[in-house]
Design a binder for this molecule. Structure first.
Ligand SMILES: [Zn+2]
Length: 572
């Protein structure tokens, strides 16, 4: 599309002719980062200047524009109560999802003439605060889901965020093809998991992480093909193991009879006194990639020339977190079926989208949000089947390209063009956004980024001091009517019916902490969005990992990890 904007075309060509620098100092953190040739080419081909902030900061900036793990009751434009991903203090105009996508809704009525000479982002903020947004991002194809968001084909889920094709999940995050699980994150093809993270093909799994093809396990870390085991780490093809010690079936069952996970004091004691330290010293595979070539990162499946985390089927895709079926793109997060795009968040069926949020079926869009089936639009929000619009104003084709050329050139000269929407334009408070789960910040740090901070209401009924009961067998249905106080956050919580049913069936104690506190602990375990370049502690080869190399866990390459498990090295 560059031919239609000759002035801008000239500017970007000159920029690339004079700029071959692959090493850049991050404007936000001061750290140096390096672009690969592939990344450089992708920016250049897409007509976007090189990034000015480090790769993980680019992902965080985008994720500061989507909800995290909270849902709020707030009022819509008509004063009606509504469940929303936006907190009650968000300056956005929040409306019912059905209305936002109905024929009744006409986003063009909010159109404004864009002043080429003024800051684009300040003008965008004003437009953004007037055009209504759907209260929640949820999938039409999901069935019977309450308090879920960013779901894709869910069935009977409750308070579950992100992920694809899940059934009967409660308080879970970013799971794939999983069922009947509670308080778990990033589990794939797994069922009957409780408080488990990053597990693949596991079942009847309690308080476990990084396990594969295992079942009937508790407090296990980095185990493969293990069953009926407790407190084990880095073991493979084993049964009846207790803290990495091989027992007979009878011995193991005898041990298990004495452990009542229905009592929170028991599970807390195991965690505090023994398990925590074992996990801290365990081996952790730097990455789990499958069927991929020249792929750097973690959870890359069917990827070629890709750099990122959690990507399924991609070619020439760089600095990405959570995407599938993507090509020739850079700085992409939570996108599906996307090509020749840069700086996109939650876009689906996207072609040549740049700096866009939640656009679907759109072609050649820049700085747009919540548009459906549109082409050639710039700085628009909530449009449906439109062409040649700028700031929600329709132009003739000729006028459009002329104005676009002026806008992009002026933005380029001001150093705005190519930057994602800054934090100050987000309708989300940072600590309610999905950036916060990976990169939690204090209030002062958030304010420094010019982002907003939301103060969660704490217990205002001073008489209420009761925590969720410790022993599951002391709990009856009357618990569903009560409110409790979270000992770590002071926030109020309730127990819901399907949760109680699950805990009774699994005989596992109810958690005392607020769901958001529980979720944040899981995200911490999952690893961050920054790919660290480090060396395998065993063979010293260079590895890329999302886990902090400064942590006590021993991060090893995939080959060394498999070797350690195969050699039974960690068995007592
Ligand atoms: Zn190694």
């Amino acid at each position: 599309m560059l031919d239609n904007t000759p002035k801008f075309n000239q500017l970007i060509n000159d920029y690339y002719n004079n700029n071959h620098n692959l090493k850049i100092i991050c404007r936000e953190t001061g750290e140096e980062f390096e672009l690969s040739e592939g990344m450089y080419d992708t920016y250049k081909k897409n007509g976007v200047p090189l990034p000015t902030v480090a790769p993980h900061i680019r992902l965080l900036r985008m994720r500061a524009h989507m909800g995290g793990i909270e849902l709020f009751m707030r009022t819509d434009g008509q004063g009606k109560d509504i469940v929303s991903v936006y907190d009650p203090q968000s300056p956005g105009q929040i409306v019912d999802v059905d209305y936002a996508f109905s024929d009744e809704f006409n986003a063009l009525q909010y159109g404004k003439e864009l002043n080429v000479q003024e800051s684009f982002f300040s003008q965008w903020k004003k437009l953004s605060e007037t055009v209504p947004r759907p209260a929640i991002a949820t999938d039409d194809n999901s069935e019977n889901c309450t308090w879920c968001s960013y779901d894709l084909e869910f069935k009977n889920c409750y308070a579950t965020f992100g992920g694809v094709s899940n059934e009967n999940l409660l308080f879970c995050d970013m799971c794939i093809n999983s069922k009947h699980s509670v308080d778990s994150g990033n589990i794939t093809k797994s069922e009957w998991c409780y408080d488990s993270v990053s597990c693949f093909q596991c079942a009847n799994t309690y308080y476990s992480a990084f396990c594969e093809s295992s079942y009937d396990i508790a407090f296990c870390f980095g185990c493969k093909n293990v069953s009926n085991s407790f407190g084990c780490y880095n073991i493979q093809n084993k049964k009846y193991c207790f803290f990495n010690q091989q027992l007979t079936k009878d011995q193991y069952e005898e041990y298990m009879k004495k452990i009542d996970l229905g009592n929170r004091a028991v599970s807390d004691a195991y965690w505090q006194k023994k398990v925590k330290d074992l996990w801290a010293n365990a081996y952790l595979s730097a990455n789990v990639n499958f069927n991929s070539e020249r792929a750097l990162g973690d959870e890359l499946i069917n990827c070629k020339d890709t750099y990122g985390i959690s990507v399924f089927t991609a070619e020439r895709l760089y600095n990405t977190f959570d995407a599938s079926f993507a090509k020739d793109s850079c700085d992409i997060t939570t996108c599906n079926t996307i090509e020749k795009s840069v700086n996109c968040l939650r876009c689906i069926n996207a072609y040549e989208n740049k700096m866009c949020i939640a656009c679907e079926g759109c072609v050649d869009m820049e700085y747009c949000e919540n548009c459906v089936s549109c082409e050639h639009c710039f700085g628009c929000i909530g449009l449906n089947h439109k062409k040649f619009c700028i700031f929600n104003v329709e132009y003739s084709e000729e006028e459009y390209w002329k104005k676009l050329d002026e806008i992009k050139s002026a933005m380029f000269i001001r150093g705005e063009y190519g930057e994602f929407f800054p934090y100050f334009t987000s309708l989300f408070a940072y600590n309610t956004s999905h950036a916060d789960v990976f990169f939690p910040l204090e209030k002062e740090e958030v304010e420094k980024l010019q982002s907003r901070w939301y103060v969660f209401s704490k217990n205002n009924q001073t008489s209420l001091t009761e925590s969720v009961p410790e022993k599951l067998n002391s709990v009856g249905d009357d618990i569903l009517q009560k409110q409790f106080i979270c000992p770590s956050s002071g926030r109020l919580l309730r127990v819901v019916r399907p949760q109680l049913t699950f805990h009774k069936k699994m005989n596992v104690a109810l958690p005392a902490e607020h769901p958001s506190v529980r979720r944040k602990k899981k995200y911490k375990l999952m690893g961050g969005l920054k790919l660290h370049k480090t060396n395998c502690v065993e063979c010293q080869i260079e590895i890329y990992t999302r886990y902090n190399p400064a942590s006590s866990q021993k991060i090893v390459c995939g080959e060394c990890y498999n070797k350690i498990l195969l050699e039974d090295r960690m068995m007592l």
